[in-house]
Design a protein around this ligand. Structure first.
Ligand code: HEM
Length: 250
């Protein structure tokens, strides 16, 4: 008797899950089978996934392979970004040149800003698309480990990120001044409690802030109550040391 009741109960639960869409979703009955994330592709194999030789659209960036089939309108044959499919065209994410002759996965010579932009794309694909594997070649070895080149680029990207974080910290500490140029009078630099897009409870005074070991400088607002005058800070000529505005005559 109890066994019969148990069987009926189990069958009822299974039926409920099968016919109720919410329960089906909860138990992941409807989700498409996940593709393996760690398939290793040769460049010949990857080249087939361009929506023509094979119906799927795959692209690689820094050797990481993503399935972009869901965005046929961007990557399908004849669409604006079809160039990226079936290959690793990492460099073109920065140059914007989508041409066979420009197709390259070499990026180690890019400047830090460009590397950061490329990293932004890598993160974008990681977020928006399913990662399905790695491309054997410049970035990954046949055993799936990073190549020497891959490690080098990773390091360069880390350095580029750290340099940007330093810049962001410096910008918070020494916010940029407002600047206006009048051809008849010259330039005016001045500080407000919002200048440089940094909202703060102090205003500061304009100073020339020199890059270390360089003759280049930018105008920075210095909080004299907090920061003392330093070697890399210079007053504007003819401007009072506590004035929030300085005129730079032509
Ligand atoms: C370095 C230059 C550029 C690169 C590497 C680039 C790359 C891309 C990529 C890969 C996508 C597809 C993103 C996805 O998977 O959803 C995209 C989308 C798009 N791009 Fe570009 N692009 C560039 C420049 C431009 C420029 C100059 C314009 C406009 C004049 C533009 C307009 C668009 C638009 C409108 C979309 C569609 C956005 C959407 O539907 O969400 N792109 N771009």
């Amino acid at each position: 008797m109890y066994v019969q009741l148990l069987v009926v109960a189990i069958l009822s639960v299974i039926t409920a899950i099968y016919f109720d869409p919410a329960l089906r979703a909860f138990f992941h009955f409807d989700s498409a089978p996940q593709k393996p994330r760690n398939r290793l592709f040769t460049s010949e194999e990857l080249s087939l996934y361009n929506g023509e030789s094979k119906p799927e659209l795959y692209l690689a960036i820094l050797g990481k392979v993503f399935d972009v089939s869901k965005s046929w309108n961007h990557y399908g044959p004849g669409q604006s970004y079809h160039f990226f499919t079936g290959r690793d065209g990492s460099r073109s994410f920065v140059t914007g040149k989508f041409d066979e002759t420009e197709a390259s996965d070499q990026v180690a010579d890019l400047v830090p800003e460009e590397l950061r932009s490329l990293n932004h794309w890598v993160r974008f694909y990681g977020k928006e698309y399913q990662r399905i594997g790695k491309l054997i070649g410049r970035y990954y070895r046949e055993d799936g480990k990073l190549t020497q080149y891959g490690r080098e680029v990773k390091k360069l990207m880390k350095t580029a990120d750290e340099a940007q974080q330093d810049k962001d910290r410096e910008k918070l500490k020494y916010p940029p001044c407002n600047i206006e140029f009048d051809p008849s009078k010259g330039s005016r630099v001045w500080c407000t409690n919002k200048s440089g897009g940094i909202e703060r409870d102090w205003i500061g005074v304009p100073r020339q802030l020199y890059e270390p070991g360089s003759h280049n400088y930018r105008c920075a607002c210095i909080n004299l109550d907090r920061d003392s005058e330093m070697a890399n800070l210079k007053q504007y000529e003819g401007c009072d040391s506590r004035s929030v505005t300085c005129l730079i005559k032509l």
